[in-house]
Ligand binder design. Structure first.
Ligand SMILES: Nc1ncnc2c1ncn2[C@@H]1O[C@H](COP(=O)(O)OP(=O)(O)OP(=O)(O)O)[C@@H](O)[C@H]1O
Ligand SMILES: [Mg+2]
Length: 350
């Protein structure tokens, strides 16, 4: 894990003193270099790129990472409805790292930008999805070695007995090394009511790891906003090492309808007009029910909708065509228990 120093394409880990690293894959004028066409795994030559002259001009669009980053940002735009502030922050981070790479080309020394983050938001607001895209982007920009997210919760880090916590945490760090460690519901690491809680040990190990310039590990703390606020105020050391606090707001009704449309299209289904109106009604009711989980609830509702569509089609006892197979009707939507049960009698809405 943190001790290893594998040869990396960008040279950063093997050269924590920040040589011209980062940009080795882009070598204008170097034999065999094809700016704009490589991937981040290309150009793993040993020699660092020559430092540019003070009066040189660097065309940012020729950085091979740029294309991968644009691809990731485009995916983020296409697959996620709304989240304007999140998308803006992700673009800002991409720009920061791109400029950092350019500065290294000019031999401009600076500390490595900190990329530890917190994602705060309610359930189903896109935190995990954005973490995956973020990992892809950080990898494309040579900041981490692999575009992977290792997700853990308290139980993966905290041991039951004295001496068990450090090895567990270190194992998780080793698994995440070179990528992103995503700590879901991070506030469970901190139990102020229990002075001897082993969560504190985890936090201390994480702090050390997050400080280290040597590891290309990014830690993302995720969880519900109010509890995360409490967690960070109780752990100012942690908070100050988190450079990017990104908030994921709950979706509006309109956004949820759009998300449903997007998911339906992605799965090669379609709502007829009556079904779309019915689903909009469904969402209004469902949003007011307990355990509403934003886009996750939309996905679950659509799964159950498919179940009812399938049952309806099978019970037709006639040959079915393509249109039958892709169409979700208002009847399928109104089969939900949300329309029949009163909130008082309701368990998990179906
Ligand atoms: N803005 C969005 N547009 C389209 N789909 C979305 C959007 N946000 C989330 N989703 C979808 O909703 C589901 C839940 O999202 P995700 O797992 O990223 O949320 P989360 O915030 O991590 O949830 P939790 O807090 O419950 O872990 C996924 O299937 C994801 O693709
Ligand atoms: Mg999640």
């Amino acid at each position: 894990m943190s001790g290893e120093a594998p040869a990396t394409p960008n040279g950063r880990e093997s050269a924590p003193g920040r040589s011209a690293g980062g940009f080795q894959m882009y070598r204008p004028g170097a034999a065999g270099s094809v700016p704009g066409r490589g991937t981040t795994t290309e150009g793993a030559e040993d020699a660092p790129p020559e430092t540019l002259a003070d009066d040189a001009l660097l065309d940012l669009s020729t950085d091979v990472a740029g294309k991968d980053v644009e691809g990731t940002l485009a995916r983020l735009d296409a697959e996620l409805v709304g989240l304007a502030n999140v998308k803006r922050r992700v673009r800002e981070i991409a720009a920061l790292l791109l400029i950092d790479r350019a500065r290294q080309r000019f031999g401009l020394q600076a500390t490595r930008p900190t990329m530890h983050m917190s994602f705060t938001g309610g359930p189903g607001t896109g935190k995990t999805t954005v973490a995956l895209r973020m990992a892809e982007m950080l990898h494309a920009l040579g900041y981490i070695r692999k575009p992977k997210v290792h997700t853990v919760t308290r139980d993966d880090l905290v041991g039951q007995f004295i001496g068990h916590t450090a090895p567990k945490t270190k194992e998780a760090l080793a698994k995440a090394a070179g990528g992103v460690l995503f700590i879901d519901e991070a506030y469970y690491l901190f139990r102020p009511e229990n002075e001897r809680d082993y969560g504190q040990e985890v936090i201390e190990i994480l702090l050390q790891e997050m400080e280290s310039e040597r590891t290309s590990l990014v830690v993302i703390f995720a969880g519900y906003p109010d509890r995360m606020d409490t967690f960070f105020s109780a752990n100012p050391g942690l908070s100050s090492r988190v450079a990017h606090h990104i908030e994921f707001p709950d979706y509006s009704h309109g956004e949820l309808v759009e998300i449903a449309d997007l998911m339906v299209r992605q799965e090669n289904f379609r709502f007829d007009d009556a079904a779309r109106r019915a689903f909009s009604d469904y969402l209004e009711l469902r949003m007011a029910r307990p355990r509403f989980a934003n886009a996750r609830s939309v996905r679950n509702a659509l799964d159950r909708l498919r179940l009812r569509q399938a049952k309806r089609l099978v019970e037709l006892h006639r040959p079915v065509g393509r249109t039958d197979l892709i169409t979700l009707t208002d009847g399928d939507v109104y089969g939900s228990s949300v329309f029949t049960e009163t909130p008082a009698t309701e368990g998990a809405p179906q």
